[in-house]
Each structure stands twice: as structure tokens, then as C-alpha cells.
Write a protein that binds this ligand. Structure first.
Ligand code: HAS
Length: 541
């Protein structure tokens, strides 16, 4: 529907504007860190780092995800958004854009150099937190629109299983809704009153815990739309079939259940949480790996069966049958490929003893540049090459396709240099989030410098990749008129029927709530009741 198309494009334009400004901040901060440049006009390293993180990790992703999911829900649930849903989409967009403008203005004027994780004891201007609150509330409003569209569809299609894309989109927003309750509580109850000076102290441990209650599912909020593309879109693009609708739904249900009660794996090195609760959440963390392994299995099955149908021979003959010259496949595929080492890094992080080696080092920065900034970002770029033409009634030309392939290669090369150097130097103990320093010419710190230079070189290649991507988006918006189909895959003919219980929303939401209550109730009560127990790590500032 042309009106829905406008909504989708509005979200995408803000997303790519954020990518551009965030990319500039990213380039500058990596050059400062390596000592290659000094910042003029009293600009600070932490200002740039915050702008980079907030714009890339929070604004680019959230706007892109909503635009993408709205497009697919409109397409698969009736071909058009209900008027009330479209209004929710626009209201959400307005709130999110206003919140982003306010938050970014605070960061760029040096009033909110609190990094993208923004928990206490670092304090920002209250207007930064108000901006964040608007962003989150806006995303809720958009999510409620999606829930309503599915509810309406179910009412008019009694007894039918919802389309896979819509199911996945709704579950992603359900997870987001539950996860953002933590950050909303942190911002509204703790950070805003404290930053306005209405209260003098803040419970730091509680603030960090509420943040990570949200912070880990946040990474699955980025990943799930990428999985939607891998499960539903990629089979159609290569000319194959979805391996199993039921398996895909089960993977998403497992992501809903296990992606939230695991925030403590970001706090393994904190003394204020008892080892038992950390242990429990690490076990749950290893559970959340299962749906990713299922996804890998399902993708290999789709690729292999597609190749064999076309006569591929031998164990890996199907590999050469894949459409390597099509950027709509190539970019997401590189994302999948890189997710293998990226996910392995996650397993290392999640293991308590190994976490003691890597925590707060550049290894972690390397990990998330492979996961969100490569696997997810490349998939989102790959989606852009068909999504913009589809909703604007245009076509992807061979020249744009070529530029897209070049962009993907640039991204992979830049990331190999940057993230590779981050992983290595992190293992030598180089801390994350520090401006240029040699720690008074300490020999260890001096030995890290060549890696920082590699990071800056990789960062520069990536910046060229950002510029090319923004150029490609502009070119797609002005591409020749024509028709591009929305690529929704179909399930294999011989796949088993999807069981109806996979759509028992009440059951899955209740199970998710139970797991969260088990993992968090006692530690949270402990933190609230003993806010000043300094020796246990509960600090009030
Ligand atoms: Fe992580 C820190 C553990 C996944 C993002 N993570 C972070 C941070 C970010 C982040 C942003 O346990 C930093 C936060 C901060 O600022 O402090 N992470 C994990 C684990 C996983 C994981 C266990 N992370 C992600 C994803 C992210 C992301 C996904 C973004 C999108 N992470 C941690 C931990 C920390 C952490 C600790 C805290 C560290 C610390 O101490 O601070 C797992 O979900 C990973 C499972 C993935 C797999 C891979 C499956 C492979 C697939 C691809 C198949 C490929 C095909 C193509 C089919 C098991 C699905 C191949 C074809 C061929 C032909 C070969």
C-alpha cells in the first residue's frame, strides 16, 4: 500500500541518517584512540564514543527494524496496515524521532557523555534520559500497532496459522516490550529523578542490573529481524524453500523465553551478585544459544537442498550453486558466515572463567562489531537493496547491485582488520573505552599501539563503506521505476504441518514471565533491600 510505503521509507531514512552521523563519530573516535589525530574545539573522546554507540547501535537498528517489520506485516497480513495501525506507526515514528533529536543534541553538546550503556554512576543531562524515554515509548506504540494488526488478522482468519513473517515480527516486538520494561524503570524511577537533583543518591548496582535486564535482549532485538531475513527472505531470493516453518517458529519462541533472564552474563565480574544467580543465568545463556544452532542447521538445509535439487554433487557441491553475484543474497550471507566466529566469541564471553580474561577489554568491542555491526548490519544492508525498490515501485539496477557487492566486500575487509585487531589486543589486556593513553609509556600499553593503528585503518575502510551505503540508499530511492516483488519464501512441500500450539501466545508469555521471575526476583530484592552494602559491591553515589 503506497501509504504504508511512506511510513516504511520514513523509518529507513532516519535509520541511514543515523548510520552516517554515527559513522563520522566512529571514524573520529577510533583515530583519537590510536593517537592519529587530536580533536579540535574542546570536543571529547567520550562524546564521540557515546554518539557513535547511540546512533549506530540504538537509533540505526531500532528505526530500521520497525520499518522492515512494518513493511512485511503490511505485506503478509492483508496487504495493507489498518488505519489505526498506520497511525500508531506514525505516532511511534514522531515520538522516536523527537526523542532521538533531543538525546543526540545532548550528546553532541557534551551534556551526555555516558556511553550507549548510560547506567549509573555516570550522569547525563535529564533531557538525554527524557529523549531515551521518548524513543522507547515510541517503539512501544509502533509495537502495539503490530500486535493489533495480528489480532485483527486472527479474528478474520479463524483457525489459521499466521504467516511466518508476521509471527516472527510480533514475537520480536513482544520480547522488546518485556525487555524494555527494565530500562524504562531504570530511566523513569532512577536516572531522571537523580539527574534533576530530586534525589541525592542512586543505587548503582540496581541501575546496572536493570540496564542489563534490557541490554542483553536488546542484542536479540537486533538479531531476530536478521533471522527473519535468513529464514523467510533468503530462501525466496535464492529460489529455494524454507526448510521448516515449525522449526523457525520454535527458534523464535526459544529466543523469547531465553533472551531475557540472562543479563547477569554481562555482570559476571561484579561482586554484588551472588555466584548462584550468576550460575543460573549462565545456564540460561547457554540455552539461548540453542535457537541460533537451530538457525544454522535450518540455513544449511535450505542451501543444500536447493543445490541438490539443481543437481549439485558431493558434500559441498551445492555451495557453488548459490547466487554469489546477487547482493540481496551476498550481503546477508557474509553476515551469516561471520556469525559463526562471532557466536563462538559469545560462548567464550559467557563462560565465567574466560569472561574474567576478556571482560572490559577490547575483545568485547571486537565481539559486538562482528555480531551487531557485521552479521546484523550486513543483513540489514542486504534487505535494503530489495526493500526500498519494493516499497517505492522501483528496481535494483545491475550497477547498483555491483556497488552493493563492493560495499559488502569493503565492510568485510574493514571489519576483519578492525575487529580482528580488537580481539587480539583484547587478549593482551587492552581495555575498552579509553581515549589515547600510553599509561606513562608502560611497555604493555606501548605494545598495544600497532593494534590500535590497525583498528584505525579498519575503521577508515568501514567509514568508506558507510559512505558507499548511504550513496546506495540515495541511488535506490531514485532508481528507475518498475516492479519489485516482496520476497517472502514458502515452506518445502514435504515439511510437516506447523502445530497450532506454537501460536499459544498466553503459554509462551507466561513461561517467559516465570523464567524472568525465577532469575531476577531474589537478586533484585537483595539489591533494593541492601543498597549500601559496600563490601558486597552495592555502592550508592
Ligand atoms: Fe554478545 C557482550 C555472550 C550473541 C552483542 N554482546 C556483548 C555486547 C554486545 C553483544 C553489543 O556472556 C557488549 C555489551 C557491552 O557494551 O558491554 N553474545 C553472547 C552469546 C551469544 C551472543 C552467548 N552478542 C550476540 C549477538 C549480538 C551480541 C547476536 C548482537 C547482535 N555477549 C555475550 C557475553 C557478553 C557479550 C557474555 C558480555 C561480555 C563482557 O564481559 O562484557 C550467542 O547468542 C551466540 C550464539 C551464536 C551462534 C552462531 C550460530 C551461527 C549461525 C550462522 C550459520 C551460518 C551459515 C552460513 C548457515 C552459536 C546461525 C555458513 C555457510 C558456510 C558455507 C560455512
Amino acid at each position: 500500500d503506497p501509504r504504508d510505503a511512506k511510513l516504511v521509507i520514513a523509518y529507513l531514512i532516519v535509520a541511514f541518517a543515523a548510520l552516517l552521523i554515527g559513522g563520522i563519530a566512529g571514524l573520529l573516535q577510533t583515530m583519537v584512540k590510536s593517537g592519529s589525530i587530536k580533536l579540535p574545539y574542546g570536543m571529547g573522546y567520550y562524546e564521540l564514543l557515546t554518539a557513535h554507540g547511540v546512533l549506530m547501535a540504538i537509533v540505526f537498528t531500532t528505526f530500521f527494524i520497525i520499518g522492515f517489520i512494518y513493511s512485511g506485516v503490511s505485506h503478509t497480513l492483508g496487504g495493507k496496515l489498518l488505519p489505526v495501525v498506520s497511525r500508531a506507526g506514525w505516532l511511534g515514528f514522531a515520538l522516536m524521532t523527537a526523542g532521538t533529536a533531543l538525546g543526540v543534541a545532548m550528546v553532541l553538546t557534551g551534556k551526555a557523555s555516558v556511553l550507549y550503556t548510560f547506567y549509573a554512576p555516570m550522569k547525563a543531562s535529564p533531557y538525554f534520559y527524557i529523549g531515551l524515554a521518548l524513543l522507547v515509548v515510541g517503539s512501544w506504540v509502533s509495537g502495539w500497532g503490530l500486535f493489533y494488526q495480528l489480532k485483527f488478522w486472527k479474528k478474520t482468519h479463524t483457525g489459521k496459522i499466521s504467516p511466518l513473517f508476521a509471527f516472527m515480527g510480533v514475537i520480536t516486538f513482544l520480547m522488546w516490550q518485556i525487555a524494555t520494561l527494565g530500562v524504562a524503570a531504570e530511566v523513569l524511577i532512577q536516572l531522571i529523578p537523580w539527574s534533576f537533583g530530586w534525589v541525592e543518591t542512586i543505587n548503582v548496582m540496581l541501575s546496572r542490573t536493570l540496564f542489563w535486564y534490557f541490554g542483553h535482549p536488546l542484542v536479540y532485538f537486533w538479531l531476530m529481524p536478521a533471522y527473519m531475513c535468513w529464514y523467510v527472505i533468503i530462501p525466496k531470493i535464492i529460489g529455494g524453500k524454507i526448510y521448516s516453518d515449525a522449526l523457525a517458529r520454535l527458534a523464535f519462541i526459544l529466543l523469547l523465553l531465553f533472551s531475557i533472564p540472562v543479563g547477569f552474563h554481562h555482570q559476571l565480574m561484579e561482586p554484588g551478585i551472588s555466584p548462584f544467580w550468576k550460575y543460573l543465568q549462565v545456564v540460561l545463556t547457554f540455552m539461548v544459544v540453542v535457537p541460533s544452532l537451530m538457525t544454522a542447521f535450518s540455513l544449511f538445509a535450505t542451501f543444500e537442498l536447493y543445490g541438490r535439487e539443481r543437481g549439485a554433487k558431493g558434500l559441498f557441491g551445492w555451495f557453488s550453486m548459490l547466487p554469489w553475484k546477487d547482493v540481496r543474497f551476498f550481503a546477508p550471507f557474509m553476515g551469516m558466515l561471520i556469525f559463526i566466529p562471532a557466536g563462538a566469541g559469545g560462548l567464550i564471553n559467557a563462560s565465567n572463567q574466560m569472561n574474567a580474561v576478556v571482560h572490559n577489554t577490547l575483545w568485547v568491542t571486537g565481539h559486538f562489531h562482528l555480531t551487531v555491526a557485521t552479521s546484523v548490519a550486513l543483513t540489514f544492508f542486504g534487505i535494503t537493496y530489495w526493500l526500498i525498490p519494493t516499497v517505492t515501485g522501483r528496481v535494483l539496477t545491475p550497477k547498483m547491485n555491483k556497488l552493493g557487492i563492493v560495499q559488502t566486500i569493503l565492510w568485510c575487509v574493514g571489519m576483519f582488520l578492525m575487529s580482528g585487531a580488537m580481539h587480539l589486543v583484547g587478549l593482551f589486556g587492552a581495555p575498552r573505552r579509553t581515549a589515547y593513553t600510553t599509561y606513562e609509556s608502560n611497555p604493555d600499553a606501548l605494545s598495544w599501539m600497532p593494534y590500535y593503528v590497525f583498528m584505525a585503518v579498519g575503521g577508515t575502510v568501514l567509514f568508506i563503506g558507510v559512505l558507499l551505503m548511504v550513496y546506495n540508499v540515495a541511488a535506490l530511492l531514485m532508481a528507475p521505476k518498475g516492479e519489485t516483488a516482496y520476497p517472502i519464501g514458502e515452506t518445502m512441500e514435504n515439511a510437516e504441518a506447523t502445530p497450532a500450539y506454537l501460536e499459544r501466545w498466553g503459554v509462551w508469555i507466561s513461561l517467559s514471565a516465570i523464567l524472568i521471575l525465577i532469575a531476577y526476583t531474589i537478586p533484585l530484592m537483595d539489591m533494593i533491600m541492601n543498597p549500601g552494602a559496600g563490601s558486597k559491591g552495592f555502592v550508592t553515589w
